[in-house]
Design a protein around this ligand. Structure first.
Ligand code: G6P
Length: 632
């Protein structure tokens, strides 16, 4: 997830672009850059200058660099990066300049390996590890082959790429034009008086204009000061010119009445709520380009470990802290149930201080959103020293844990701003599920048919997640009635099997943001202690999807009710057995029993969010907590 901006009009564009990028920093902040065309007179026959400045780190660094090397001109594009392909270095920062063309891009080009090989064979030299540079080369090639304009060259170039993009390109040969295009990644145009803005999101332009056009997938546009031409690009087959259909489209601007502050959260009250709602898209991004339904497999290049390692390891050990530890518990279950490989899961903060037996033949999977958690990093270093193979499942590209690891599987959730982790969790689940499928296929413990079935259902999950997100109002009512109105000080969360880590996660969410003491418990353990706490004042959240634990957990619900506990149950659609016993019921859509955690966690996130919001706590920055814990 990155942010892009563009400006064409009468004003000096560098400060406008930097200001726009600042509003998009929530989309990524590991490096940034601008490309600006300077149209002041040049020597006869010389095209205008195209200046590019890039820097690693937050936007302040780019600001400093531009103060040293100003970028005069009033046509330009900019980018703030959240690394996906290639580390956060200056060379990998956008814009990418090839010949006379500069390009910025947000998204992932799925066929980047194939295209890069093809371009290298043509003698093209790459200066970065990014997929974006490929797009810049493709445009440059089309111009060299006679495409008459930047717009035409970009159409032909885009007909070669597969994947997600919001892209902006400028060329010093056409100093009065910006070309932008969108497929899956967001892109919005701002229409001003004699000027046009482009941006990944409304906050970047709302200070300048409230008249915006939300582009749709397939749109490609030529922007000039005061004029916008939009076409729809349809690609058939191999992308040769006759395989492209282009139709002009008219999109009328809409007037936005958000305040700039509201716009940053896209109208959501808190980042946490926005991130809860981003989960279906985040999951799509994690799966994109990695899953092959044709042969029921995961692209090995994405996992980064050799098939020999997959076949030779004796055990998988998952290490993590906090929410990532809960994802790791589900991952452990999948590695055993899907891949049939022995697996254990450990809190990194415990593992590193005991004399754990680990070494050759073990694969350690370190799960970490930030990739920087001190305890996880130290545990990974120890395990590596003792000869274990290391795979990082991380969200922040180029962070410390992936750097230590032998291979990294990134979750592509985009930056998570709310301290309470939500979309990072569900994308970690999907990375771990993909790993289990990959491992099972390499070891031939998972058949092709079952693999296809799991992956097909995984691809359908975003739709089911959106259905559950529609229950947000119901979750708010439950939070009000069961937790806030009753001034509950304690809450119990119960689950079995794959719902056990979800019970842990639901309890963690509630306690960290609403400050209500909450405990997650394996439902089968309730009789060994927590049952003593149950009375009419105790809300008990029961996670009971349709799987082989359903009947057992139904008995636990009976036990809670017999002691007058108040039951809030997450149950399959149409359920009556548990529903009849519960005070409040949340019905979830039918999904594969292996995939229930993706769905059951959402109502728990929403209940925690609304309980905290109704209590008026600082939801995005709860007291005493930090997003990244780099202390031991
Ligand atoms: C902190 C954060 C949690 C996170 C945990 C582990 O406690 O507040 O949201 O789950 O650290 O962080 P990691 O970055 O390693 O996933």
């Amino acid at each position: 997830m990155c942010g892009i901006v563009g400006y064409i009009g009468p004003r000096a564009c560098a400060p406008l672009l930097i200001d726009g990028l600042r509003k998009l920093e929530y989309r990524g902040y590991d490096s940034a850059g601008l490309a600006v065309i300077d149209t002041s007179p040049t020597a006869l026959g010389e095209p205008p200058k195209l200046g590019v400045v890039r820097s690693v780190g937050k936007l302040g660094k780019l600001d400093d660099a531009i103060r040293e090397r100003p970028l005069p001109g009033n046509i330009g594009i900019g980018h703030t990066r959240w690394a996906t392909h290639g580390r956060p270095t200056e060379g990998n920062a956008h814009p990418h300049l090839v010949g006379d063309v500069a390009v910025v891009h947000n998204g992932i080009l799925e066929n980047h390996v194939e295209l890069r090989n093809e371009l290298v064979a043509l003698g093209r030299k790459f200066l970065s590890e990014t997929d974006t540079e490929i797009a810049a080369h493709l445009i440059d090639i089309e111009l060299a082959n006679g495409a008459p304009t930047l717009l035409e060259a970009t159409k032909l170039a885009l007909s070669r790429v597969r994947g997600a993009y919001a892209i902006a390109a400028v060329s010093r040969r056409e100093p009065d034009v910006i070309v932008v295009a969108k497929s899956f990644s967001p892109l919005v145009l701002g229409i001003g008086d004699g000027e046009v803005f482009a941006a990944s999101d409304v906050p970047a332009l709302i200070q300048h204009t409230r008249d915006v056009i939300f582009l749709e997938d397939g749109d490609i546009c030529e922007l000039r000061a005061g004029a916008v031409k939009i076409e729809r690009l349809l690609v058939h087959g191999d992308g040769s010119p006759e395989r492209i259909t282009v139709t002009p489209v008219v999109r009328h601007p809409r007037r936005i009445d958000w305040s700039p502050a509201q716009a940053e959260k896209q109208g959501y009250k808190h980042f946490m709520l926005k991130e809860i709602f981003e989960q279906p898209t985040a999951l799509e991004n994690t799966l994109r380009g990695r899953v092959s339904l044709d042969d029921g497999d995961i692209n090995s290049g994405e996992i980064g470990l050799s098939p020999e390692i997959a076949r030779s390891i004796r055990r998988v050990v998952l290490l993590a802290c906090g929410t990532s530890h809960h994802a790791a518990i589900a991952g452990r279950n999948w590695i055993e149930s899907v891949a049939k490989v022995p697996a254990t899961v450990e809190l990194a903060s415990e593992f590193r201080y005991r004399d754990a037996i680990i070494g050759e033949g073990d694969l350690v999977i370190a799960v970490s959103q930030s990739g920087e958690t001190a305890d996880t990093l130290a545990a990974v270093r120890d395990a590596k020293r003792q000869g274990a193979h290391i795979l990082a499942v991380a969200n922040v590209v180029g962070s410390a844990i992936p750097r230590v690891a032998d291979a990294s599987l990134y979750t592509h959730a985009g930056p998570e701003i709310g301290v309470a982790s939500t979309k990072a969790f569900t994308t970690q689940l999907s990375a771990l599920l993909m790993f289990a499928v990959w491992l099972g296929r390499r070891r031939e413990t998972l058949g092709e048919d079952r693999a296809k079935q799991i992956l097909q259902r995984a691809i359908e999950l975003p739709t089911a997640m959106r259905e559950v997100l529609d229950l947000a109002d119901a979750c708010q009512k439950i939070a009000r009635r069961q937790i806030v109105a009753t001034e509950a000080n304690h809450c119990l969360f119960l689950g079995r099997g794959l719902s056990y880590p979800i019970a842990l996660e639901g309890a963690l969410k509630l306690k960290e943001i609403s400050y209500v003491h909450a405990e997650g418990y394996a439902a089968g353990e309730m009789k060994h202690g927590p049952i003593a706490l149950i009375d009419a004042a105790m809300p008990v959240v029961v996670v009971a999807p349709k799987d082989h634990h359903y009947e057992k957990i139904a008995s636990n619900v009976q036990e809670v009710r017999a002691r007058e506990g108040r039951v809030i149950a997450v149950v399959p659609k149409g359920d009556t057995t548990i529903a009849e016993l519960a005070q409040d019921v949340i019905e979830i859509p039918d999904v594969d029993p292996e995939l229930t955690p993706f769905i059951t966690v959402i109502p728990l996130q929403l209940i925690a969010y609304h309980a905290a919001d109704l209590k008026g706590t600082d939801v995005d920055q709860p007291r005493n907590l930090a997003k990244t814990v780099t202390v031991e």
